[in-house]
Design a protein around this ligand. Structure first.
Ligand code: SF4
Length: 316
């Protein structure tokens, strides 16, 4: 299906998905990919569909959504493979412009060293680039790239692109236990992000069945440490741990609000105290959530933090 949704997305509101790549053609075969192993690995640009076919499928979906009163905040290229393999990506974005809806692309950035790919991506309003590692051997282990790709060219391409891009650029780093979740490794990723300056650096974890059975999400403490290391260096970091609730909308329920905020970033003890005071509530609510296994309390560098308990952690 070329167009799907709209579906709720924490980062993009209500997002209508554009699937411009057939399953599963990719430049990578990430160990955590929720689409399974890559069927066709390639780096050559191709025309998979006619741009007009994509445009028509999206227009029809938008029309139907409008008829039923469903709002759409973004048209998002989030295909069953790598969207920048599509030689017509730039043209498709241009064709969709007249719908008057912002356009997002979620890419591995594996082809961003190509000038034509950077030109196509420049047309998007919002862009998410994958950055799981800045170390060659870890990148090979986690993303399993096409053998001709070079990490250094990708990182250089990202920096070059970020210098001139006028839209909103974010990054996504997927943490896999024992592969890229050590403090040293996260520090190196953070050092690169300091140079890239994304609007938000997202940390994510595998919450759906991964391509490889051995893949596991780090434990909450490791995710919190990674978050703290990132926020020491970058302006804004958040994590994506599988909850699509809106952390910034207050529902009036203290429990629900605490859980949705801590699904995005850990809260310091002082922040929780402040939140409880504003809500005219006390710590018994926090204790109850901990006892129910919904919230966990952690220590990091002598301070206490609270984080929503993960429940989507792939198990062996
Ligand atoms: S880049 Fe995306 S689609 Fe390709 S293998 Fe990795 S997670 Fe899957």
């Amino acid at each position: 299906m070329i167009a799907f949704g709209p579906v709720p997305s924490r980062r993009l509101g209500r997002s209508l998905g554009v699937n411009n790549i057939p399953p599963k053609v990719c430049t990578y075969s990430c160990v955590y990919c929720q689409l399974g192993r890559t069927i066709q690995m390639q780096i050559e640009h191709c025309a998979f569909y006619e741009p007009e076919e994509i445009s028509k499928a999206v227009r029809d979906k938008v029309e139907r959504a409008r008829e039923s009163g469903e709002p759409i905040d973004y048209l998002t290229f989030v295909p069953d493979g790598e969207p920048t393999l599509d030689v017509n990506l730039g043209r498709e974005i241009e064709l969709l412009r007249s719908l008057g809806i912002k356009i997002a692309v979620i890419t591995s950035a594996s082809l961003i060293w190509r000038e034509d790919v950077r030109e196509a991506l420049m047309k998007a309003d919002w862009l998410s680039l994958k950055l799981d590692s800045t170390r060659e051997e870890v990148w090979r282990r986690i993303n399993r790239p096409h053998r001709t790709l070079r990490l250094v060219s990708i990182l250089d391409g990202m920096l070059e692109f970020a210098k001139v891009y006028r839209g909103e650029l974010v990054t996504e780093t997927m943490l896999v236990e024992g592969v890229n979740d050590s403090d040293d490794h996260v520090r190196e990723v953070a050092d690169f992000l300091v140079r890239l300056k994304p609007a938000v650096a997202y940390l994510s974890i595998p919450t759906r069945p991964p391509a490889e059975e051995w893949v596991r999400s780090p434990i909450e403490e490791a995710i919190n440490r990674a978050y703290q290391i990132l926020t020491e260096r970058v302006d804004q970091a958040e994590y994506l741990i599988g909850y699509e609730g809106d952390a910034f909308a207050f529902t009036g329920s203290v429990e629900e609000d605490l859980l949705s905020i801590t699904a995005v970033h850990p809260m310091r003890e002082e922040a929780v105290s402040e939140f409880l005071a504003r809500a005219r509530a006390d710590w018994s609510i926090v204790r109850a959530l901990i006892n129910q296994g919904q919230l966990i309390e952690m220590d990091y560098e002598g301070r206490k933090f609270y984080m929503r308990k993960l429940d989507g952690r792939p198990r062996r």
